[in-house]
Design a protein around this ligand. Structure first.
Ligand code: CMP
Length: 882
């Protein structure tokens, strides 16, 4: 960063030029200097001024050769001239200068046109070898006065005869240099004209040139034609000149015509160098964001083409390249893609689009987020300031590619921008600090209690609060951020106190495998209508571990205990020592061995599954407990007395409780290798288990109802309950009931179905259409898209979507996080968030039985989950027809 020239010097230049008085034209007319273009970020010299600091040795020599030759061949050309009462000393006239060059055209060089000769003089003017006498015009083949540098500075002497011979011997070389430079000089001369002064011929000339520029190669010729009338030429004579600073408002887009620039980022220094033909500066324009980097010229005499913001938006915004790659130290760090305002990848012309991240390193994505998606002003709501989902997607998915400790440490770096680099302006420092505070605030609102519960984040927000309080003494405008951070620390403390007071929240795996909350005193809480609290890693859970002989021990561990810990406790209590395995034995007899690192063991069992501990070589001897078979009698008698609407209502209330307890992260833990995060997903386990419970409850009750007429009544009842579930938007229960009724053990009961009234059959076939999985559950998706929250969604489908996204897309692409995958994952998580964006408030139906009894009934299903047994029962009810 040391070689960055102060931007103030360039600003000073701009102001000086704006302040310059109107001067009387050398040709007699009064003419206002063209106002400096207020839109430009840096000053570009006035068209009549040289573009180099001093002439190069080669050009200085050419000037000497021409002046010496003219003074011998046509000395009258350089003389004092009067114009409108002013005398201009030792000057030449533009038209005569052109005439003279044309006269020289002969055997060793040939001039085709007057404009070519003008170009040769313009090349000398650009280098500061000749000047317009009042520095108002570029070179013109007109009655304009010009002067050689030596005469301008008053050091021009009369040449000697020896000088004459020397000059004549160098004349050929001088003309070939100028002939070579003329075309570029003519082009620059044209590009330095105000667009309104450009003639059709000028535009054609610029257009021809644009056809050869790499940075424009993706644009159509008609766009290039439009550009010809708006492009400016900008040059910087000195290496180390800042074109703009990181954090500045974006005002122009640049293409490098000559030279190269460094891209510099605070806290990182130079991250890359851009060369001739490269472009820069469109991110800020397209995304309406501050500049992502500072751009500094790396060598003297850098030339650029510049398109200012309004023209860029009008001509280029919609036809810009679809992807942009940003590099640092030769490596890709960010891949951006044009996205139309409706979120689709832009294909044709769209009136609004932004660049969105499709891949990147975690650090660069965070940097880009802070700069483009987090407002440096305080948003009252703490909601993301931009309309797109980049920030929310990042917050919902970062745990897959940037764990909390890494994110906190990067945020610290961004916050401490003034410590790592002391040269920025106060405004930039404050904006950077605010962005970190607002990012953290949005993080907390998005992630909620999992944010406050994480010890790494807790420490980080405490440190951040201390830092902001400290900084606010120095930077007064950080007061709002102090409040925000203090509120967050308070929230964290309150939550902690709440947890400390209820530190021993306990759960129990009941005799039927339900996960129930214990209230102090030891009873099960599920019968009482209280607000359910999500299951936490550190909560205690009581469950049984069985041995091969069906004896058991009761264990109490934390929910987050690994299988290995549980195995150790159980082995101690049961006095077993051998090489042991912890196993789930399902009611079907299937055995599934837990890996040592697995978590959420007691909550993740199948409905009638039980945990067993066994020596590895006795695994085959494990058999299910008799209780795993499930009931031999149904609850038909009770069910008959319960009102369908009330059943559905209580089911919706229960499902809502369970659904509300599931954190978005639990879906990620579940799909992305269930155990790699070592975090419990017990709330999701319980909710998914509920789906299976309802499904098997329906099948069990149907298969345990021996009387045909009662079975028909029950079938009608289930269809009615499903109907109410759909009304209450409890689609999880709706699917479970309809899938239960479609289970082969029920669907094959043709005598039962035959007796169902036609009207009800029709309703059911409508339900079947709704759960039809074809075309990726199209019917259901269409149906649900028309609903408004609160909705209890069909959870297995959300998980299936996430699994497909995960399995079908790599998490990393060539070392960069595949953020398109993260967008997709976040989209599913957003569906979940939208479903519960409003609380479930439904009016309780008039109660036939006591609400308490219905509530108790639907929370304590006792059922058969062994498909073979269910099919057998079904066969017994209605034997297969021969
Ligand atoms: P913009 O943000 O408008 O201004 C700074 C420009 O630097 C930015 O657009 C990009 O065009 C360019 N740039 C090139 N490489 C990088 C990089 N690694 N990070 C940020 N900006 C970069």
């Amino acid at each position: 960063m040391e070689n960055i020239a102060s931007p103030l010097s360039s600003l000073r230049c701009l102001n000086d030029s704006m302040k310059r008085e109107e001067k009387k034209s050398g040709n007699g007319a009064f003419r206002a200097l063209p106002p400096a273009n207020k839109k430009t970020e840096v000053w570009s010299p006035d068209p009549p001024l040289p573009i180099t600091q001093t002439p190069s040795a080669q050009f200085a020599r050419s000037g000497w050769v021409l002046r010496t030759t003219i003074l011998f061949q046509a000395p009258h050309m350089i003389r004092d001239r009067k114009f409108h009462l002013r005398t201009f000393r030792r000057c030449l006239v533009g038209t005569e200068m052109v005439d003279w060059i044309i006269q020289q055209s002969g055997s060793f060089f040939h001039i085709h046109s007057r404009s070519q000769a003008s170009g040769m003089w313009q090349a000398l003017l650009e280098e500061g070898v000749i000047f317009h006498v009042t520095q108002e015009h570029q070179f013109k083949d007109k009655y304009n006065f010009y002067r050689f540098r030596d005469d301008q500075e008053g050091i021009g002497t009369a040449p000697s005869t020896k000088d004459r011979h020397q000059a004549e011997s160098e004349l050929q070389e001088t003309f070939s240099l100028l002939l070579q430079q003329a075309p570029d000089a003519i082009l620059r001369m044209t590009l330095r004209k105000p667009p309104s002064d450009r003639t059709a011929e000028d535009l054609e000339l610029i257009y021809d040139e644009l056809l050869h520029i790499k940075a424009l190669s993706h644009l159509s010729n008609s766009v290039k034609r439009e550009l010809a009338s708006v492009l400016y030429f900008e040059s910087h004579a000195m290496a180390g000149t800042v074109l703009f600073h990181q954090g500045d408002e974006g005002k122009s887009w640049y293409i490098i015509l000559k030279g190269c620039v460094n891209v510099v980022i605070y806290g990182k220094g130079e991250v890359c160098t851009l060369q001739e033909g490269d472009d820069f500066g469109k991110l800020a324009l397209v995304n309406d964001a501050p500049r992502a980097a500072t751009i500094v010229t790396r060598e003297d005499n850098c030339h650029f083409l510049r398109v200012d913001k309004d023209d860029f938006n009008r001509i280029l915004r919609d036809v810009e390249a679809n992807t942009v790659r940003l590099k640092e130290h030769g490596q890709d760090v960010l891949l951006l893609q044009k996205i139309a305002s409706d979120g689709r990848v832009a294909e044709g012309a769209h009136s609004h689009y932004k660049y969105t991240v499709i891949a990147g390193t975690p650090q660069k994505m965070l940097e880009h987020l802070l700069e483009t998606r987090v407002d440096s002003r305080l948003e009252e709501t703490g909601e993301p300031s931009s309309q797109d989902n980049f920030l929310e997607d990042f917050l919902l998915t970062h745990i897959m590619f940037m764990p909390n400790h890494q994110l906190c440490s990067e945020l610290k770096k961004h916050y401490n921008i003034d410590v790592t680099n002391s040269r920025q302006e106060t405004e930039f420092i404050i904006a950077s600090k605010r962005r970190v505070a607002h990012f953290v605030q949005t993080w907390a609102t998005t992630i909620r209690e999992q944010f406050y519960e994480d010890p790494v984040i807790s420490r980080f927000i405490q440190d951040l609060q201390i830092a902001i309080v400290h900084d606010s003494k120095h930077y007064k405008s950080l007061e709002e951020e102090v409040k925000t951070m203090t509120n967050m620390v308070d929230t964290k403390q309150k939550l902690q106190e709440e947890y400390d007071n209820n530190s021993s929240q306990r759960w129990k795996v009941s005799a039927f495998g339900h996960i129930v909350r214990m209230i102090p005193g030891g009873s099960e809480e599920e019968d009482k209508p209280t607000t359910r609290r999500p299951i936490k890693d550190w909560d205690e859970i009581i469950f049984r571990v069985h041995c091969a002989d069906h004896t058991y021990t009761t264990l109490k561990t934390v929910v987050g205990a690994t299988s290995e810990t549980i195995k150790g406790f159980a082995a101690d209590k049961l006095g077993l020592k051998d090489d042991l395995v912890l196993v789930e034995v399902k009611s079907s007899g299937e055995r599934i061995v837990f890996k040592d690192f697995e978590v959420s063991v007691p909550t993740g069992l199948s409905i009638n599954g039980r945990i067993f501990l066994s020596p590895t070589d006795h695994l085959d001897a494990l058999t299910p407990l008799p209780e795993q078979e499930g009931p031999s009698e149904g609850t038909g008698n009770t069910l008959e007395t319960l009102n369908s609407n009330e059943l559905a209502y209580q089911m919706a209330m229960y499902d809502w409780e369970l659904f509300s307890s599931v954190h978005e992260y639990e879906l990620i833990y579940q799909v992305f290798e269930r155990h790699q995060f070592r975090k419990t997903m017990s709330n999701l386990d319980v909710f998914l288990r509920r789906f299976n419970e309802v499904q098997f409850w329906v099948v069990t009750e149907m298969c345990l109802t021996t009387s045909l007429s009662r079975r028909v009544q029950l079938l009608r009842k289930f269809i009615k309950v499903a109907c109410h579930c759909r009304e209450y938007q409890d689609l999880n229960a709706f699917f479970a009931i309809v899938m239960g009724l479609s289970n082969i053990a029920v669907s094959r009961l043709s005598q039962t179905w035959e007796r169902l009234p036609g009207k009800i059959k029709k309703v059911f076939s409508e339900f079947e259409t709704l759960i039809d999985p074809s075309r990726n559950h199209r019917r259901y998706r269409q149906f649900v898209s028309k609903l408004e929250s609160p909705i209890i969604p069909f959870m297995p489908l959300l998980l299936k979507d996430m699994t497909f996204t995960h399995e079908g897309n790599k998490t990393y692409l060539e070392g960069l996080v595949n953020f398109e995958k993260m967008h997709m994952i976040a989209q599913t998580l957003r569906t979940l968030r939208n479903c519960r964006s409003r609380p479930l408030v439904i009016e309780a139906p008039p109660s036939g039985k006591s609400a308490h009894e219905v509530r108790k009934y639907i929370r304590n299903f006792c059922l058969i989950d062994n498909q073979r047994r269910l099919t057998q029962l079904s066969n017994n009810l209605e034997p297969r027809r021969p």
